[in-house]
Design a protein around this ligand. Structure first.
Ligand SMILES: [Mg+2]
Length: 265
């Protein structure tokens, strides 16, 4: 009886694949983003890493003496996407729809202002703000996304959800000038991000090797002033693989990835 039931359940999948070799099932397996997106959406290890980052961040914030906070003008700077907001639903939808990332499909997602928070993010930001420290959100979402981004921050009841504390990208993607704007009036005690460009300009447009060597130079900062969140789906770690060429075909990217793999034979 059990065998018959399994056969009935599995049959449509087999027939479906045979009739339509380009089905979601088939292509989903080939898409290089499938595994990292699934990791973000299903791996308890991903959740644990997020909690670990925010627990460590909380320890660092709590170690700041109250009298130092009382002097005023302390701030933290945080990125948004894959640092506070979980956008894996957009990435998953792209895979299911056989689409690649575009400005328009990204904005179709952000317009919904429905991104949930990474595990631990809301509690950390609320606790930091409650200690009297300002929060600045520096994101490379563009300025046309201000309204929906604020709506998303408010939907998560996050502190400092206003235009004074949200610095989106108006021209250049570099975040240095926006960090400098904050530093004119505040002392930044912590930065959070999933992309090393969220922390310092020394990582921008650098090769794979240079990025690693810059990360090594700053080894004292990670887990101290710099708190990193995991993102294996996208980011400048990936752009560096293709030497920042945006227009390579999927086949060309695949070939570059294979070339960069380091085996042992
Ligand atoms: Mg990000």
């Amino acid at each position: 009886m059990k065998k018959v039931l399994i056969f009935i359940l599995v049959l449509p999948v087999i027939v479906g694949s045979a009739q339509n070799p380009g089905s979601n099932h088939h292509l989903g397996q080939c898409n290089p983003k499938t595994m990292p997106v699934l990791w973000q959406q299903t791996a308890a290890e991903y959740r644990a890493l997020c909690y670990q980052a925010f627990n460590l961040a909380t320890l660092r914030i709590n170690a700041i003496p109250a009298k130092e906070i009382k002097k005023g003008n302390l701030a933290i700077v945080t990125d948004l996407d894959e640092t506070i907001f979980d956008n894996s639903f957009n990435e998953a939808q792209l895979i299911l729809d056989h689409q690649s990332y575009s400005d328009s499909n990204w904005k179709a997602w952000t317009r919904l202002h429905a991104a949930p928070a990474l595990p631990g993010a809301v509690e950390f930001l609320k606790a930091t703000h409650a200690r009297g420290i300002s929060i600045f959100y520096i994101s490379n979402r563009d300025t046309s996304e201000i309204k929906c981004t604020l709506e998303n921050l408010k939907a998560l009841s996050l502190p400092c959800a206003d235009t004074a504390h949200l610095l989106l990208m108006s021209d250049a993607s570099t975040k240095g000038p926006r960090r400098n704007r904050v530093m004119r009036y505040y002392r930044i005690v912590m930065l959070l991000g999933d992309n090393l460009n969220d922390f310092a300009s020394c990582f921008e447009r650098k090769s794979v090797t240079e990025r690693s060597s810059e990360a090594d130079k700053l080894k004292e900062e990670w887990g101290d002033k710099f708190i990193v969140l995991p993102n294996s789906t996208y980011g400048d770690w990936e752009n560096a693989l293709y030497n920042y060429h945006k227009d390579f075909s999927a086949e060309a990217k695949d070939s570059i990835r294979t070339t960069l793999l380091k085996g042992y034979k």
